[in-house]
Design a protein around this ligand. Structure first.
Ligand code: 1HN
Length: 345
């Protein structure tokens, strides 16, 4: 038998809210929203290299020494509630002046860095090992590894930083520890090749692809492979390099992962939803999750090269990675760091 009360539903909702309870019926709005498909999170957006560079140069003057631990400016996606590039990834550019040291620390957040301006005298020390970060090199700083950055050049050094900060924040796993000293003791054997994918090794692999047909969406695309297991660079962040050959006009596709791109060379346009992102060397841009997009090389003759970092490994681990149209079923060809090959790994 039902008992009738004069209570309104709103009154009832308020009463149980005071008991820290909430009826499933109140999630109706969310349910309606996600019934139409997972909404894209964040907007397609592009940050021009000239603007980023000017901001970083000005930061050299404006920032007091006490704030100079990391001179990094992060990309703030205008479509997100948090100051990040995507829902799972923070990205930005860091500048280190001649002779400067970005002091040692470690964090549970995993990081990858892609060199923009620098040679072998720009380096990171990771768990005591020196890892050069020359232009277009990729360097890994896995979760909880100590790292301090050094610039022994007589010019500024700069690189792209990509970290899984928002993801680790969301799942309560973000931890940070300063080293307590400015820099780590450097190991005797010194250079660590397993954390560095040097451009001088990677570029010939990419350009050596020849004229064979490649991905209709990404043209010639390589994945940076982890030397230990051949898997993604980090459990949360995968890194890719793609060559859009002269005249390449990609087809539209979409996938559940979100990406931050960095332009290595060339110029072109990425059409994402109804936004056109016109890019040239050293610009960075975001392609949000689920958004239909295509890439076009503006030149009929010259190559364009894009580096990208995405949360695809995270989604694959959760069995949530989707792409449409479905991929060709072939993983992009892996590139291994340093002297590693798949056999040795
Ligand atoms: C960080 O630790 C670095 O170690 C760079 O160089 C960028 C952005 C957000 C949070 C931590 C670094 C970062 C960061």
């Amino acid at each position: 038998m039902t008992t009738h009360t004069a209570k309104s539903r709103e009154q009832f909702d308020d009463e149980i809210e005071a008991l820290h309870l909430r009826g499933q019926w109140r999630f109706d709005e969310d349910v309606q929203r996600i019934s139409k498909g997972a909404p894209p999170s964040g907007e397609p957006f592009l940050w021009k290299w000239t603007a980023i560079r000017n901001v970083l140069l000005e930061a050299c003057d404006v920032m007091p020494d006490s704030l100079r631990q990391r001179r990094n400016v992060s990309f703030v996606n205008p479509g997100l509630r948090t100051p990040n590039a995507t829902s799972t990834i923070t990205a930005g550019v860091q500048l280190v002046t001649p002779g400067e040291l970005a002091w040692g620390h470690r964090h549970t957040m995993g990081a990858i860095r892609f060199g923009i301006e620098g040679d072998e005298r720009l380096y990171t020390v990771v768990d005591g090992d020196v890892v050069p970060l020359a232009a277009n090199d990729l360097v890994l700083t896995p979760s909880w590894t100590w790292h301090d950055h050094h610039n022994e050049m007589d010019r500024n050094g700069a690189w792209l930083d990509v970290l899984d900060v928002p993801l680790l924040m969301a799942i309560d796993q973000a931890r940070f520890q300063p080293l307590g000293e400015m820099a780590q003791q450097q190991n005797a054997h010194n250079v660590n090749l397993s954390l560095r994918y040097a451009w001088r090794d990677v570029e010939p692999v990419l350009r050596g692809y020849g004229s064979a047909p490649a991905s209709p969406y990404d043209d010639v695309v390589l994945e940076y492979a982890n030397p230990v297991d051949g898997g993604p660079t980090l459990p949360t962040i995968g890194c890719y390099l793609q060559l859009l050959r002269g005249g390449f006009e990609g087809q539209t596709h979409h996938h559940s992962s979100a990406a931050i791109y960095h332009v290595v060379e060339g110029a072109g346009v990425t059409v994402c939803g109804d936004v056109e992102l016109h890019w040239s060397a050293h610009d960075s841009f975001v392609v949000p999750s689920w958004m239909p997009h295509l890439h076009v090389n503006a030149s009929k003759r010259d190559d364009a090269i894009l580096f990208s970092a995405t949360d695809r490994p995270l989604l694959e681990a959760l069995k949530l990675y989707r792409e449409d149209p479905p991929g060709p079923g072939v993983r992009p060809a892996p590139i291994f760091p340093g002297n590693f090959s798949r056999e040795e790994a």
